[in-house]
Design a protein. Structure first.
Length: 79
């Protein structure tokens, strides 16, 4: 929960690179990224006007067998 909260905070400051770095650190610590994690990263990319990074994260999400949800699609549309 702490990682997801921190990643979500990156959205507010358009710190998309930090959001991705935090998620990478989370995985290195043995925690799995979930839909909430990916949605937070995609939202941070949206705030940072990084459409390509957001689309790459969506592909990553699907390769991890995670189903995008309404929040995912809304963030992508907004990006």
């Amino acid at each position: 929960i702490m990682y997801n909260t921190s990643i979500s905070a990156c959205d507010k400051g358009a710190k998309w690179e930090l959001a991705i770095a935090l998620a990478a650190d989370m995985v290195e610590q043995g925690r799995k990224a979930n839909v909430i994690t990916y949605n937070a990263m995609i939202s941070a990319c949206k705030s940072g006007v990084q459409l390509q990074a957001a689309l790459t994260l969506m592909d990553d999400m699907e390769s991890q067998n995670l189903e995008p949800d309404t929040i995912t699609y809304n963030a992508l549309i907004s990006a």
